[in-house]
Design a protein around this ligand. Structure first.
Ligand code: 0O2
Length: 258
């Protein structure tokens, strides 16, 4: 190994500091947004009788993932360029029970003073041709470092449980086939997306009825889910998978081989 001169060593040290700052800024921005979401989550759970937030997950894109996306998008491999062009380095996914909740959560976050909404992509109102549905909110939050305040972009995906279930399966299939998914599987996936959509619409309708009756939704949700699932025109395998995804247990009717 060759010895580095003082200039090279300084340059390397600077690069390492910049890289660390770059990655840490996304971690701090995620932490800030997660705090905001957790506050809403806890407030709804303890003060209101209904919580629109079911699950929250966050992830930082790996350096390999950033590099792959930069190459795919033809983005120059410089930190400033990556910051401007790769907008989902920090990602948060919020899962809600009902479609109306996704918009409600989106509004609550967008209204916060220190959150700047950069872009909203509404794939719920306008789904992707493959059936993908989700509300994507691109926000910038100020991250306060020792010597600067840096606005950092975070992508927040807000979707229902059914949309999330479909998207995670589609994502696995897409990667399994390296992006070239067989046509028959694409047709099946689109059909499953339509089923998930019908489930969401029905669940919303039932939810509205429950709210109109003044019943505490926490007391009845599971019962309603399972009854509705059993009536949907889907194969028993898909029904079982949905039931597991929604409640963690198969429906009694499905166990009986219905
Ligand atoms: P990963 O592995 O989940 O991180 P843009 O970022 O706006 O320049 P892009 O990437 O097309 O362009 O933005 P878009 O459409 O908002 O997608 C961003 C993320 O949404 C994706 O990140 C996925 O997580 C998710 N997504 C978008 N379309 C689909 C889809 O058809 N199926 C599934 N399962 N997820 C989707 P990545 O980096 O592509 O992937």
């Amino acid at each position: 190994m060759t010895d580095l001169g003082i200039n090279e060593r300084n340059a390397l040290r600077e690069l390492k500091t910049e890289l660390t700052r770059f990655i840490m800024s996304y971690k701090f921005a995620t932490d800030e947004m997660m705090t905001k979401i957790n506050i809403l989550n806890e407030e709804f759970s303890s003060i209101h009788d209904y919580n629109p937030i079911e699950h929250v997950r966050s992830r930082l894109k790996s350096p390999e993932g950033i590099l792959k996306k930069a190459l795919r998008k033809g983005c120059p491999l410089a930190l400033d360029e990556i910051r401007d062009h790769i907008q989902d380095i920090a990602g948060i996914r919020i899962t809600c029970s009902f479609i109306s909740d996704t918009y409600r959560v989106c509004d609550m976050l967008s209204r916060q003073q220190d959150v700047t909404v950069l872009k909203v992509k509404d794939y719920i109102a306008s789904p992707k041709p493959n059936g993908y549905k989700s509300l994507h909110l691109l926000v910038a939050v100020p991250v306060f470092m020792s010597d600067r305040v840096q606005p950092v972009t975070v992508e927040i995906q807000i979707r229902t449980i059914a949309m999330d279930f479909w998207a995670s399966l589609e994502h696995k299939i897409y990667y399994k086939y390296g992006g070239s998914v067989p046509a028959t599987l694409l047709v099946d996936l689109k059909r499953a997306a339509d089923v998930a959509d019908r489930l969401d619409v029905e669940m919303e309708r039932l939810h509205e009825q429950v709210v109109a009756l003044g019943i505490d939704p926490d007391d009845v949700d599971d019962h309603v889910n399972l009854d509705l699932l059993s009536q949907l025109p889907m194969s028993s395998e898909v029904l079982e998978a949905f039931a597991r995804g929604l409640t963690g247990v198969p429906t009694p009717k499905m166990n009986e081989g219905a």
